[in-house]
Design a protein around this ligand. Sequence first.
Ligand SMILES: *[C@@H]1O[C@H](CO)[C@@H](O)[C@H](O)[C@H]1NC(C)=O
Ligand SMILES: *[C@@H]1O[C@H](CO)[C@@H](O)[C@H](O)[C@H]1NC(C)=O
Ligand SMILES: *[C@@H]1O[C@H](CO)[C@@H](O)[C@H](O)[C@H]1NC(C)=O
Ligand SMILES: *[C@@H]1O[C@H](CO)[C@@H](O)[C@H](O)[C@H]1NC(C)=O
Ligand SMILES: *[C@@H]1O[C@H](CO)[C@@H](O)[C@H](O)[C@H]1NC(C)=O
Ligand SMILES: *[C@@H]1O[C@H](CO)[C@@H](O)[C@H](O)[C@H]1NC(C)=O
Ligand SMILES: *[C@@H]1O[C@H](CO)[C@@H](O)[C@H](O)[C@H]1NC(C)=O
Length: 800
Amino acid sequence: MAFELTYSLCFLLILLHLPLFTTSQPYQNISLGSSLVAQDDDSAWLSPSEEFAFGFQRIGNDGGFLLAIRFNKIQKNNVVWSAINGSLFQKGSTVEFTVDGFFIKDSETGNQQFISDQTAANGVAYAAMLDTGNFVLANKNSINLWESFHYPTNTILPTQTLSQGNVLYASYSETNYSKGRFQLNLQFDGNLVLYTTHFPLDTLNSGYWSTKTEGSGFQVVFNMSGYIFVTDKNGSVVYTVSDSDKMASVKDYYQRATLDSDGVFRHYVYHKSNGSFVETGTRAWSTFSFQPPNVCIAIEDRGPGPCGFNSICEHDDQGPTICRCPQGYTPIDVNDERKGCKQKFIPQSCDESSPESHGFVLAEMPYTDWPNGDYEHFQPVDEDWCKKSCLGDCFCAIAIYNSDQQDCYKKGIPLLNGRNDNSTPWKSLIKVGADNSTSKYGKKKEISALVLVGAALMLIISYLLIFIITYLFFSRLYSKQAKTSDLYPVVQGFNLKRFTYMELKEATEGFKEELGRGGFATVYKGVLASDNGKGVAVKRLDSMVRENDFEFKAEVSMIGGTSHKNLVKLLGFCNEGQHRILVYEFMTNGSLSSFLFGNSRPSWYQRREIALGTARGLRYLHEECSSQIIHCDIKPQNILLDDSFTARIADFGVAKLLKMDQTRTTTRFRGTKGYVAPEWFKSLPVTVKADVYSFGILLLEIICCRKHYEENMQDEEQMILADWAYGCYEQKKLHLLIKNDDDEAKEDIKNMELFLMIAFWCIQEDPSLRPTMSKVTPMLEGNLEVSVPPNPSSLYVLSK
Ligand SMILES: *[C@@H]1O[C@H](CO)[C@@H](O)[C@H](O)[C@H]1NC(C)=O
Ligand SMILES: *[C@@H]1O[C@H](CO)[C@@H](O)[C@H](O)[C@H]1NC(C)=O
Ligand SMILES: *[C@@H]1O[C@H](CO)[C@@H](O)[C@H](O)[C@H]1NC(C)=O
Ligand SMILES: *[C@@H]1O[C@H](CO)[C@@H](O)[C@H](O)[C@H]1NC(C)=O
Ligand SMILES: *[C@@H]1O[C@H](CO)[C@@H](O)[C@H](O)[C@H]1NC(C)=O
Ligand SMILES: *[C@@H]1O[C@H](CO)[C@@H](O)[C@H](O)[C@H]1NC(C)=O
Ligand SMILES: *[C@@H]1O[C@H](CO)[C@@H](O)[C@H](O)[C@H]1NC(C)=O
């Protein structure tokens, strides 16, 4: 019997001039005893039309073989079914169809795995690859005992139906047919649901799309006309999944509906004569319809989603789901985007003393949301506050901000379900190391590898010992050097824009309108065309500034890292050739100097608010920002007023850019003395208390609305404001100081006295007697008691 079968098969093959086991065989009933071998010429059993083939197919260039049903006339993405959950088999493995069943024999292990269950094989007479793409085992009465259509993998074809309990498994990737992260279930309750799974387990995680046909759904039908729908028991349509009305002529197309590895169930078509051309010039499937409408938004639960952890999913109406890594992140595996992204920088350390606890910035990603995994929520807060909160928090990897609601969420690693979507009101602020180059990681890895190799060599070849020790010593030294130079942040990131010189020249119309001029810089008014005509103040520093490009960037990034409502914000800079330019937001109400000493005396209420604002801004610079900033030049010209007359300190941080340090000499300050603390003239260290001194003088000016020194005074005693004010205070003649003031000031004389006392404390000659700004602020607010100040006037003997 066996001999006869073999004989007749050989006879047939010879008749058709086909060599044995090499090429695809034309249609015939596949008889018992037939087999196929996995080898380089894809051997297969074809359907009568030769449009479908059943057989081994090599995956990749040197990968194993998949046993699959495929579209035989299409080269790419042609697999519609695979055996043994997409397992790969070695070359030489066979699929055999015998009285014992239908099974695969692995050439390496010799293991047999059944494709059909064994009971189905009872009474099998022949097998056949049908023109529908269904591979069947039938008995001698042509009744199908087993069909591949009843055991779908990730695809259904026209004429195929899914019954309750059937599941489609997404494959892991386009080239790896093992089970991936998604399932399409026609449940026993009749609902058709897309689920994420607890990959690599098959168990269900959560549903992200369904037909909502519980109670009515019975079957999923993919009919010849290319409709996909859910029917009830009587065959009536209860839900349409894909509707091919628009397809001109169904016969001209191949069709398939596949649950893709990104979790989208797509109905694809392929024109039989010409396919759809893609850019590469190869023919391809085109997407006819798909569910869910936007997989990036639909999937919203624990797990990696379509793109993996830390990555951003973007939905494209026409084609595939796009996965990207956010700024500062890179794919874990460039060949497998589903694995997600990793940080390119060393994450922020929670150890304050560690170098990795500083030097981070937040990169802005508009229309980007990460709806899950938040560990803190603040509302209502402004964006700056949200940014600061994340920057200062070592657990925070990203902050999500919604300006409509003033909502701020903080999230840690890994980031879940990132999506980019133009309709979202959310904006992401992602923390990246200011130096996002991979060099640090690279070096560390190299070195640890070297250590390992070195250790091995030492054990084996002892005479190499000295050489290795020397080598390691030098490579360690190198790594240390690399590390220290990495400590300084390079100017990078969201809050500082790098302008070109030409851009700023245009913005200022060739540096035309001068706003002010100082010893080291000139300020011009500018308008940024690139930013909706936003007004800016453009400050050109002259040649005194540090030549060292690196230090300049470090200082500028430090200034850029500050954020407080009483500081003028630095928007960007230009560092081109010899040009060193800082770009600030424009303050509409000018400087405190013109406000205080102008024609009309501002109200006491406004002055009080300005004094408080200035004190708060200074306290921030001294004590609250990431590295302490001594202003060194507090004076009314450097306090600007915004739209709402809030005091905003300008020019902070510039002192360091200008190398203003203890080498300053008295001669430079002839004529501007007054704001300058006495320690500048002595060889004493200059600390934040120098700013406190200047603030004290400024406070006196704010109280009395006059300059600290006025030469043309009839009464000589009144020339120096500090002396005169102290005299009035001592003799309880405060009304003299506010003779021309508003009624409000006169009624608030107690507070004015308090402000005066604070000012006198601030201008003590001995820096240690002056309060810090964190004391001055609550004193001004009335929350900290102020004792009687000693006479500060001795100072003026010294400075004259
Ligand atoms: C296959 O075998 C069945 C049953 O023996 C028979 O009815 C059918 O005609 C055969 N088909 C072909 C194409 O040989
Ligand atoms: C294929 O997957 C199904 C469902 O998880 C499982 O029941 C079956 O045992 C798997 N088959 C093989 C050969 O691994
Ligand atoms: C396919 O993906 C699975 C799941 O990640 C993995 O275990 C398997 O090694 C992959 N196979 C190949 C050939 O890459
Ligand atoms: C397929 O289904 C659609 C919608 O129910 C129907 O209009 C069409 O006639 C069906 N085609 C076939 C071949 O059954
Ligand atoms: C389906 O058939 C059953 C009986 O076979 C009938 O009672 C029911 O009304 C039918 N449903 C519809 C929607 O026609
Ligand atoms: C190629 O396919 C398109 C549809 O994809 C069809 O409109 C066009 O007529 C076809 N061209 C030829 C030459 O067959
Ligand atoms: C940091 O990343 C951004 C965007 O990925 C890139 O444009 C920039 O050049 C990188 N900077 C460094 C220093 O690597």
